[in-house]
Design a protein. Structure first.
Length: 224
C-alpha cells in the first residue's frame, strides 16, 4: 500500500519530499476516509470496508485525499471510479451490515402502555401482506414526537413509532395506519433514480390506498 501511496503523491507533487506516511484501515461506522497532515506526518485512515477493494479504487481514494489536503483539483476519472465502487450494490449491502453491527441503535420497547407494536405488526402483516413481511425491530420512540410520527430505518431494520400514539384516547385505527405506512416502506425500499430518492413511489401510494378508512385515520392525525 505504501508504494501506491508514494506513487499517487508523486503524481500530485513531483518534487516535494515525502511526508512521513501513516496509513491505517479503520472500522468506521460508515464508509469514511480521513486525512490529516501535521508536523510533516500524514495520517490517513481508510474505512476497513475498502480493505479488499481493487487497486484502482484504492488509488482513486488516495488521490482524492491527497488532492484535498494539498488543494489540488480532483481528477474526475478517480472521483467517478471511487463513487461507482461505493455505489455498487455489493458495497452498499456491506456498508449496511456494518452499520447494523457497529451503530447499534438504542431502542425503547415494542410494548407500550396501550399498544404492543409487535402484535400490531403481526396483525397487519396477516391482514394486508399475507404474513410475508419479516418483522423488523419494533419500538416506540422515546419522546412523544409530533413532527416525526413514524419512520423505518433500513440500516438498523427497525420501525420506530412516535409515543404520541400510545395513549388511550388514540384510536387504534390511526396508530395502525402509521404502522401500515412504515410497513410499506419496509416492503418498498427507497429507489434511487439518478440523484433523486424516490420515497413514496407510485406502487407505494397505490398500496397505501388499500388501507380501510384511510381518510378517517388521516383526519385524526391532523388533530394531534
Ligand atoms: Zn413515508
Amino acid at each position: 500500500m505504501l508504494p501506491l501511496l508514494q506513487e499517487t503523491y508523486r503524481e500530485l507533487r513531483p518534487r516535494a519530499p515525502f511526508p512521513e506516511f501513516e496509513l491505517r484501515f479503520y472500522p468506521f461506522v460508515n464508509i469514511n476516509n480521513t486525512v490529516r497532515l501535521a508536523d510533516g506526518r500524514m495520517k490517513l485512515r481508510l474505512s476497513d470496508l475498502l480493505e479488499s477493494a481493487p487497486e484502482p479504487v484504492l488509488k482513486a481514494i488516495l488521490h482524492i485525499l491527497l488532492a484535498k489536503i494539498y488543494r489540488r483539483p480532483i481528477d474526475r476519472a478517480h472521483s467517478s471510479r471511487y463513487r461507482r465502487y461505493i455505489a455498487s450494490r455489493e458495497m452498499m449491502q456491506k456498508a449496511q451490515r456494518v452499520r447494523q453491527m457497529r451503530g447499534r441503535k438504542r431502542l425503547e420497547s415494542a410494548q407500550g402502555r396501550c399498544y404492543d407494536l409487535d402484535e400490531v405488526f403481526d396483525t397487519l402483516n396477516v391482514r394486508f401482506f399475507h404474513g410475508l413481511l419479516g418483522r423488523p425491530q419494533m419500538s416506540w420512540s422515546a419522546e412523544r414526537a409530533r413532527h416525526l410520527l413514524g419512520h423505518y430505518d433500513p440500516a438498523h431494520n427497525a420501525i420506530i413509532i412516535s409515543k404520541v400514539f400510545d395513549q388511550p384516547h388514540v384510536p387504534r385505527l390511526a396508530m395502525e395506519y402509521i404502522v401500515y405506512h412504515e410497513m410499506l416502506h419496509l416492503k418498498h425500499p427507497v429507489k434511487i433514480r439518478g440523484s433523486r430518492r424516490c420515497v413514496h413511489g407510485k406502487e407505494f401510494r397505490e398500496e397505501e390506498k388499500a388501507f380501510p378508512r384511510l381518510e378517517a385515520a388521516r383526519l385524526f392525525l391532523k388533530s394531534l
